[in-house]
Design a protein around this ligand. Structure first.
Ligand code: FES
Length: 285
């Protein structure tokens, strides 16, 4: 069993969990992930590693409460125990001296890009971080990202911080750094990665996306995480999760990610409608 050393909501719907998992912490590298089960017969949920401390033996993951299973992980209390924290899984991100690198992140990817940016900076790159979200109140870890970045910018849908609008403004945001960008790394939801890579394709900048398909075993056995990259079938868990974003078949990834949306949402809808029913009954309806 693995102890949950910390569990807290850091911004609405986004939870920071720290697990006691010394063997994982010892081997963790940027870009890798873990698989967690909240209960013995629960689903296996892949979570990108957002940080770790090899000395303390801890690993940190950011979880978005997006459905039945992730809500169970998000609801874990500090001091509770989970049966599974397996990893580190997947390949480490390529960390080399590329020159100037933009780290574009949103959602849970704000957390998972942190170790990537940190390693790129340590390797001698100039690192610019762009944090994207609907509004400033949904952004987090700016202090950590700022500490490993030479520049930082924001894109928010409501314009409460930084550039107002969508990632379609990526070119303008990157131009604000007044530097030639050699590489872009994107972590976050599928839409952010697709749209971000659409923008960088026309700029001719090599772009890496940390893919997030549905997974089961995380070790290349089940085939659930298959993606098409450069017209070739790949397993994100063992061939990735980092891939050349300009080679990814994004439409297929969107379709495959939608496969279990009804199942994931149903228990939430049920519990909401049950609550509603109860309230209605209490009200004498
Ligand atoms: Fe099963 Fe990748 S998760 S093959």
């Amino acid at each position: 069993m693995f102890e949950v050393l910390e569990s807290r909501m850091i911004v609405p719907n986004m939870h920071q969990l720290v697990f006691d998992a010394p063997a994982v912490a010892k081997a963790a590298q940027p870009g890798q992930f873990i698989i967690v089960r909240a209960e013995e017969d629960g689903e296996r949920i892949p979570l990108s590693l957002s940080d770790w401390d090899a000395e303390r033996g801890t690993v940190t993951a950011i979880v978005m409460n997006a459905g039945n299973t992730t809500s169970k992980i998000a609801a874990l209390e500090t001091g509770s125990r989970v049966p599974t924290v397996v990893g580190p899984l997947g390949n480490a991100s390529e960390i080399d001296k590329f020159g100037s690198v933009v780290c574009l992140c949103g959602c849970y990817g704000i957390g998972s890009i942190y170790p990537v940016a940190r390693a790129l900076k340590a390797k001698g790159n100039t690192v610019y971080t762009i944090i994207e979200g609907r509004s400033s109140y949904l952004l987090y870890w700016e202090d950590k990202l700022r500490a490993v970045s030479d520049g930082i910018a924001h894109i928010t849908r409501d314009g409460t911080i930084g550039f107002k609008g969508h990632v379609s403004r990526l070119g303008e945001v990157m131009a604000s750094f007044n530097d030639r960008i050699d590489r872009v790394v994107i972590n976050g939801c599928t839409l952010l990665m697709k749209r971000g890579s659409d923008e960088t394709r026309s700029m001719g900048i090599k772009t890496i996306a940390n893919l997030n398909p549905i997974m089961i075993d995380g070790t290349g056995m089940c085939g659930v995480c298959r993606v098409t990259v450069g017209k070739t079938t790949k397993f994100a868990c063992v061939d990735g999760p980092d891939f050349d974003a300009h080679e990814v078949d994004w439409e297929e990834l969107f379709q495959r990610r939608k496969s279990y949306v009804p199942e994931e949402a149903r228990p939430l809808r049920t519990s909401r409608s049950e609550k509603h029913k109860c309230r209605s009954m209490k009200a004498g309806a």
